[in-house]
Design a binder for this molecule. Structure first.
Ligand SMILES: [Zn+2]
Length: 433
């Protein structure tokens, strides 16, 4: 009795595990928006007290906050207060940490992670503040700020304030260091799950612009972004918040993917999240009439892969019946016949053909023409081909603002895989096996 219950539970988790996780994270998200709605409709006196203290400071320094809708302002204050409470602030060189400093530094983090679910930058529990330029005990060089994987963010207060003084010079130390912290959070697996998954796409998309920055004399992005991947992300974040209109005009592709990655659109600040999601999911969809478009790759019909679970049992059956007779044969017949029929079912429902047509990857059933799914390149994050467990393709993609994944059985030889990969070059999709 017990083992069968255990098996049912294991099967349930195996099939519904990811759905369950999504369900619970949704509950948590709903909890936060419920809290915010409550604070907005019936603010308790404790919250009113906090708002009286924080709001003037935020309005005075943070342009981003000024432009938020009334509900979004409540969310910002709520998150800011939570962030402040969780961090240890240390003043160096006799700098005394004030409440205002805590608020503004927290505000930089909250602004960056405003669209994400996990906004706390959990891994970073200590924030060290110097009055101005300082000599780093780590590198011995002069710094304005640094962020370490050990969970420490260091800032020059003078430069932090200057970053917010002009909100259009595209320099903002606070956002820069918080961007490093968010980026590094991926390394210790403490980042927002969506951010973590979509960063792969961002990385693939950013490559081209990164090279341009290093090759061209003048570029929209500050030269420093060409230093390495991490600086490229941090500097992009500064431009994203300080000059979103120009960013969107100059680098629309990069802007679009940074918007998706951070789940917010500074150009449409103050508009609802719906507005953002609508242009994000407004993607071309493939239909049968598009077949005339350029076909770059088509996999072969996966004959051996698709039929091996029919052929193998058949072969064994012939072998065993040639060697045996009587009772043993009956059991083997039962076993092999059932495997044969499972193989037939697998052949009909699981075998796929993959095609690269223009800017789409199309996955067709090898048997039923109506079983077709297409993915716009813009939405595909990564494709991993498992050569060892021959034939499975793991596809991660964006759909209606969420990351999904799918596994298909596609028998590709190593050469096939290479031409698949060639057809996918310059498509901003991460390919691996
Ligand atoms: Zn940096």
């Amino acid at each position: 009795m017990m083992p069968s219950i255990l098996i049912i539970i294991i099967l349930f988790i195996a099939f519904a595990g990811s759905d369950l996780l999504a369900y619970f994270s949704q509950i948590r998200l709903n909890y936060e928006s419920g809290q915010i709605r409550k604070l907005f409709l019936r603010p308790p006196s404790v919250f009113e007290e906090k708002r009286r203290l924080m709001e003037p400071v935020l309005l005075n320094h943070i342009d981003f906050y000024r432009h938020l809708s009334p509900v979004a302002k409540v969310k910002f204050l709520y998150r800011c207060a939570a962030f402040m409470q969780r961090k240890r602030f240390i003043g160096k060189e006799e700098l005394e940490i004030t409440e205002e400093m805590k608020m503004l530094i927290s505000a930089a983090a909250v602004q960056l992670t405003f669209g994400l679910r996990e906004f706390q930058l959990e891994h970073f529990d200590t924030i060290i503040v110097y009055p101005g330029v300082y000599t780093s005990p780590l590198t011995g060089a002069n710094h304005l700020g640094e962020t370490s994987i050990k969970g420490v963010i260091v800032l020059s207060w003078q430069h932090f304030l200057e970053g917010y003084k002009s909100s259009t010079d595209k320099i903002n130390l606070g956002l820069h260091e918080m961007a490093h912290a968010l980026d590094l959070s991926r390394m210790v697996k403490a980042s927002d799950p969506f951010f973590h998954a979509y960063f792969v796409k961002w990385h693939a998309v950013a490559g081209e612009t990164f090279n341009e920055v290093n090759q061209e004399e003048e570029h929209f992005l500050r030269k420093y972004s060409g230093t390495n991947d991490r600086e490229f992300f941090a500097v992009s974040v500064e431009h994203f918040f300080e000059d979103p209109q120009e960013f969107k005009k100059n680098l629309p592709h990069l802007y679009r993917h940074l918007s998706i990655l951070l789940r917010q659109d500074p150009v449409a600040l103050g508009l609802s999240q719906h507005t953002l999601l609508s242009w994000v999911s407004n993607q071309p969809t493939w239909n049968k009439r598009d077949v005339h478009m350029l076909k770059h790759f088509q996999s072969d019909f996966p004959f051996w892969y698709a039929t091996k679970w029919m052929m193998l049992p058949l072969g064994f059956f012939i072998l065993i019946s040639a060697m045996n007779s009587g009772e043993d044969l009956q059991f083997a017949t039962l076993l092999l016949t059932s495997r044969f029929f499972i193989g037939v079912i697998q052949f009909f429902f699981r075998s796929r053909i993959v095609e690269v047509i223009d800017n789409f990857v199309v996955v067709r059933s090898a048997v039923f023409p109506f079983m077709t799914k297409s993915f716009a390149m813009e939405n595909i994050i990564s494709i991993r081909y498992d050569l060892h467990r021959k034939g499975s393709v793991h596809l991660v993609y964006l759909q209606e603002g969420e990351v999904h994944s799918a596994v298909y059985s596609i028998g590709l030889s190593r050469e096939d895989y290479e031409s698949f990969k060639n057809a996918m070059s310059n498509k901003d999709v991460s390919m691996s096996y």
